[in-house]
Design a protein around this ligand. Structure first.
Ligand code: NIG
Ligand code: FE
Length: 411
């Protein structure tokens, strides 16, 4: 099947020569073609260029994009879309003055979601999660990473990962699955950290590997959660099963966790609200992608990742939502891109690079996703008529998406 997009006002993120990521000053360049066409054959981008060079294809289905901008669908490399219920009460408790930490210390937070998840059936969790996935697809996400981490028991973690597997099977969006058994210590292991890590390493991981349920491994490396040494044990165990690491780190405190992640060749380090000069130096000599989650900073009022400092140091940066019930009950990548521009002073070009090709890199998908390149998946956002793509972050509360195409088909 052929679909031809014609009269595209501006085609964004055009990369004739495939790239895997963009770093530093190169992030400010977003190559585009004005007055463009784009040809989709089956699920792939097969051709694109200026309108005057468009091939004659009478058999193709035509989409007229006059006045509209077309860009690659968002690549959201960090989410916790699979969860049960919500944490609305904690939201109100925080408005009334409690901190995220205080709520967690009295049994709320991640443990609250874990309790709900373990009480909810796999089918019910699937039903709740699929609604969120359908919502983010409409908001332009074409590739999504999803983590476990609200089970914290063998059965609960397997249940979450099986839901992710089912979403992978039933939806066209590319999904990568990350095992986050090391999200928090269950109450019964509060004083026995090594006991819980034994469960992760000796019970959870072998079962997950046997059912082929995960692509990556994650841990919450943070003061009061998993220490550097504990996270290293998790990363090493993951490596034995071929699971590269993507680690939650530097959300509240900087404790040299990034160094350990880079040493273990983590694919990404995520959050980074607190970043030291030493952390930046260490990231410079690595292939590890830093990932910022500005909606989390917004929602729980913590600092934003120092994007300017990192990009000016020559680093790449990816943007993701962190969609989860506690710190970011939103999977809207349009809001993430706008907030990165408004609050982190990223330019629209940098933010779009961060939310497409660099996001794809952060989930091992940059060969197939994240840019307009021949042979890549036809995952596209068609905007409403806009004057310039700067309008996307500028009109931050307006839905400017007209249509979304995933794997060559309209969502
Ligand atoms: O990425 N920081 C750790 N994990 C999640 C939040 C977990 C929760 O509160 O449910 C995050 O922000
Ligand atoms: Fe997260």
């Amino acid at each position: 099947m052929k679909t031809l997009l014609i009269n595209i006002k501006e085609l964004l993120q055009v990369r004739d020569t495939p790239i895997d990521k963009v770093s530093g000053a190169a992030m400010s360049k977003l190559p585009t073609i004005e007055n463009a066409f784009l040809l989709i054959e089956d699920n792939l981008i097969s051709d694109f260029g200026k309108m005057e060079d468009m091939p004659q294809l009478p058999e193709a289905q035509i989409i007229d994009a006059t006045g509209k901008t077309v860009l690659p669908a968002w690549c959201d490399s960090h989410t916790h879309i699979v969860y049960a219920g919500n944490r609305v009460q904690e939201f109100v408790d925080r408005i009334n003055g409690l901190s995220y930490e205080e709520i967690a210390n009295r049994g709320g937070g991640i443990l609250n979601s874990a309790k709900k998840l373990n009480e909810t059936s796999e089918e019910e969790i699937y039903q709740q999660s699929k609604q969120r996935l359908e919502e983010v697809m409409k908001q332009g996400s074409g590739a999504v990473e999803i983590k476990s981490g609200y089970g914290l028991t063998v059965e609960g973690e397997l249940k979450m990962l099986r839901v992710i597997k089912k979403l992978k099977e039933n939806y066209p969006v590319a999904i990568k699955s990350t095992f986050l058994g090391a999200h928090a210590f269950p109450t019964e292991y509060k004083e026995n950290h090594s006991g819980y890590i034994d469960v992760i390493v000796n019970e959870m991981l072998p079962k997950i590997a046997a059912e082929n349920l995960a692509d990556y491994i994650d841990a919450f490396l943070e003061t009061g959660y998993f220490s550097i040494e504990e996270t290293e044990r998790i990363m090493e165990a993951g490596k034995k099963y071929g699971l590269p690491a993507k680690i939650h780190v530097n959300q509240f405190t900087a404790i040299n966790g990034i160094e350990a992640c880079v040493k273990h060749k983590a694919l990404s380090v995520d959050h980074l609200e607190i970043v030291t000069d030493e952390d930046i130096e260490i990231l410079k000599n690595s292939d590890t992608m830093p990932v910022a989650l500005p909606s989390c900073s917004y929602f729980i009022s913590i600092p934003y990742t120092p994007a300017r400092k990192m990009i000016e140091a020559g680093l790449p940066l990816a943007l993701a939502t962190d969609f989860n019930p506690g710190t970011t009950p939103s999977g809207n990548m349009n809001f993430v891109v706008a907030t990165a521009c408004i609050k982190m002073k990223m330019t629209p070009e940098e933010a779009i690079n961060a939310a497409t090709i660099n996001g794809a890199y952060a989930m091992g998908l940059s060969e197939t996703h994240g840019s307009i390149t021949k042979g890549k998946r036809a995952n596209l956002i068609i905007t409403k008529p806009i004057t310039s793509f700067y309008q996307l972050p500028y009109a931050f509360g307006t839905n400017l998406i007209d249509q979304v195409i995933i794997e060559g088909k309209l969502v």
